[in-house]
Design a protein around this ligand. Structure first.
Ligand code: UT7
Length: 322
């Protein structure tokens, strides 16, 4: 029988500090009303100064490994998707996570912005199915607060810190059915991180976004993307147990949900609680379903994501965790 790659577990870690919309009102020309109406976000988590992306990733990884009922030594590859690594360029955040776990296995980061989780799924699926690797640990992790400009109301209210991990292992049922990924670099300048030559507040890098332009491309791309992956796999909307979209904006989620005519109970929404956690957003949402006991072994999940690049993607996967 052909080896299949399965999502064996999910685990997340959120830093302890919560930033509410009202907190921004004290230093920015913004309001809880605006943020809630335009995005659906009510709060987000923020890491401490001395808490790095690899710390968040490591803590999420420990939960995922425990829930997969394997030993740390059974992990033979670690992939981290992040746009806010501990170090820019090198060493990779995955290397630091491997060290914290006491492992010397292959470990590397991927750069696909908010679509990072889907890209990791695609890689892990092919490595496990080809029997190159047995247990791949994939982690979406962001200390995105470290690349935000807190004078820019159009971006800083949107994002949150956090990490979530999955163990992808070989199995014979409940597989990752299909993954689609794509890019269009023509839009690079609509969402990117710059490195100003000089910055008064010493922020080395900050995220810039033409939000409204990103919004327009995102909604249309995602609606087409999810329709395509469903028809390619001869599935209908009724086959989906959980639609788990990237959590950037409630209005984007609702647009795709309406295009697919999905029911409320099929649609996982937690942007209100976490904000946009970029590469961590989909696995944090999976964890939210898991911890609220709504996610069961054999449930079919549909993921979609869109982010800087532009990058985007979708995936269909059964949950194979306990
Ligand atoms: O995860 C990666 C992909 N990212 C996304 O998918 C994000 C996509 N974009 C969005 O979610 C939305 O475009 C935003 C939430 C970023 C912005 O919402 P919008 O409805 O597109 O607003 P806008 O950018 O068109 O701005 C409308 C107004 C502007 O004022 P004027 O020019 O109309 O006077 C902004 O200056 O809202 C203003 N504004 C704010 N007002 C209060 C922008 N940010 C804020 C703010 N508080 N925080």
């Amino acid at each position: 029988m052909k080896l299949k790659a399965c999502i064996k577990s999910i685990g997340a870690y959120l830093p302890k500090n919560i930033v509410y919309n009202q907190d921004f009102e004290t230093f920015l020309d913004t309001s809880d009303e605006w943020i809630t109406r335009r995005t659906g976000i009510k709060q987000r988590f923020k890491a401490d100064k001395d808490e790095q992306t690899s710390d968040l990733a490591y803590k999420a990884a420990l939960v995922a490994i425990k829930r997969a009922k394997i030993n740390i030594d059974d992990i033979d590859m670690i992939i981290v998707a992040t746009l806010s690594p501990d170090y820019f360029a090198m060493p990779s955040t995955a290397t630091l996570v491997a060290h914290k776990l006491g492992l010397k296995v292959s470990a590397f980061d991927i750069s696909a912005a908010c679509s990072g989780f889907i890209y990791m799924l695609e890689l892990a699926k092919s490595l496990v199915e080809s029997a190159s690797k047995k247990n791949v640990l994939i982690i979406g992790a962001e200390k995105i607060s470290s690349v935000l400009d807190y004078n820019d109301r159009s971006t800083c209210v949107l994002f949150g810190d956090g990490a979530a991990a999955c163990v992808i292992s070989a199995g014979y049922e409940n597989e990752i059915l299909d993954v689609q990924t794509a890019t269009d670099g023509e839009y690079a300048k609509l969402l990117f991180t710059n490195r100003p030559k000089y910055s008064k507040d010493c922020t080395p890098i900050s995220l810039k976004m033409q939000g409204n332009d990103v919004f327009k491309v995102a909604v249309n791309t995602l609606a087409n993307e999810v329709k395509h992956i469903l028809s390619k796999n001869n599935l209908s909307k009724d086959d989906i147990t959980h639609f788990i979209p990237h959590q950037a904006n409630l209005r984007i989620i609702n647009y795709v949900k309406e295009k697919l005519e999905l029911k409320d109970e099929q649609c996982c929404v937690c942007v209100d609680k976490y904000g946009n956690t970029s590469a961590a957003s989909i696995p944090i949402a999976i964890n939210e379903l898991y911890e609220s006991k709504k996610l069961k072994k054999g449930d079919l999940m549909l993921f979609d994501a869109f982010g800087g690049g532009f990058t985007w993607g979708s995936a269909l996967a059964y949950f194979d965790g306990e």
